[in-house]
Each structure stands twice: as C-alpha cells, then as structure tokens.
Design a protein around this ligand. Structure first.
Ligand SMILES: [Mg+2]
Length: 124
C-alpha cells in the first residue's frame, strides 16, 4: 500500500500537480470516478450486468474505473497524511465487532438492525 502511495505521489510530483490536489478537489474527484464506476451498472437488470461483466473489455474498463478511485483515494491519503492501510484495518476491526459472524452470517441487515434482531431473537 505504501509503495503504491509513493508511486502515485511520484507520478503527481513529476507533473507538478500537487498544487491542484486540494483535499476538496480530490474528494470531489473520488465521487466522480465512483460515478463512472456506477455507469457500468446503470439501467441494467441483473442479466444485463452479468452479460456486461462477462465481456473482457467491459471488465477491463470496470477495473480501470476501480483503479481511478483507488489512485485518487491514495492521493487524498497522501495529502492528508492518513495511513490508509491502518485506517482500513481499524475499520475492519470495527466492522468485525458490529457484524459478529454468529449473528451476521447470511444476512444483509445493517448492524443497528442486527443488534435489534439479536435482542428480540428475530432474523429479519
Ligand atoms: Mg475514470
């Protein structure tokens, strides 16, 4: 992760783009790239999505949009001095507490609903 973040920063700095990378603009860019990711699914039913994802060129284009999001996220982490790997690991630990396997396995309930269901004994 750190190596990738360093390479992203080197790419940026070689082009003298750091001055354009205000946190606000990076956050906006992340949302815009995420929207480009969503375009792969927009107006498609499950069968059309499956067909789309079956095509190699579509999968490559989707992967490129995912990479755009990741690269901008790494740029934002760099500018803000955020240890993204550490933050992700902390969040994973939080989610492990919120979604204990015994209660969360096989259900898409949000953690608050999961807690309520645990108290009442319901599953859905
Ligand atoms: Mg893009």
């Amino acid at each position: 992760m750190r190596d990738l973040q360093r390479r992203v920063a080197a790419f940026r700095d070689a082009r003298d783009w750091r001055r354009f990378h205000a946190p606000k603009d990076l956050a906006i860019s992340i949302a815009l790239e995420a929207a480009e990711l969503l375009e792969h699914f927009q107006w498609k039913d499950a069968a059309a999505v499956a067909a789309h994802l079956h095509r190699r060129r579509s999968r490559e284009a989707l992967a490129a949009e995912m990479a755009d999001v990741l690269l901008l996220l790494l740029s934002l982490a760099d500018v803000l001095g955020v240890d993204l790997k550490g933050a992700a690991l902390r969040k994973l630990r939080v989610n492990a507490r919120r979604y204990p396997v015994a209660r969360a396995r096989g259900t898409a309930l949000k953690y608050r609903a999961l807690r309520r269901a645990g108290r009442t004994g319901g599953t859905r």
